[in-house]
Design a binder for this molecule. Structure first.
Ligand SMILES: [Zn+2]
Ligand SMILES: [Zn+2]
Length: 60
C-alpha cells in the first residue's frame, strides 16, 4: 500500500495546531508531540503535563 500524499502532521498537545511531526519534539513529561513553534517559545511540556507540573516558584 502506498500513500500518494505524504502526511506526517501531528497535533501539538501544547497549542493544538497541526504541525509536521518531523519538526517537533516530544513532551519532556509524557513524550507526546510538541511542535517546533512551542519548543521555540520554551514549551517543554504538553498542556496536560504543564497542568500537572506547574512551573517552579521563583526563589528569592
Ligand atoms: Zn505547538
Ligand atoms: Zn506531556
Amino acid at each position: 500500500m502506498s500513500t500518494l500524499h505524504e502526511h506526517d502532521g501531528m497535533i501539538c498537545r501544547a497549542c493544538g495546531k497541526e504541525e509536521r511531526a518531523s519538526e517537533g519534539y516530544p513532551c519532556a513529561g509524557c513524550g507526546t508531540f510538541i511542535c517546533l513553534v512551542c519548543t521555540f517559545r520554551g514549551v517543554t511540556h504538553c498542556k496536560a503535563c504543564a497542568e500537572k507540573q506547574p512551573p517552579p516558584s521563583p526563589s528569592t
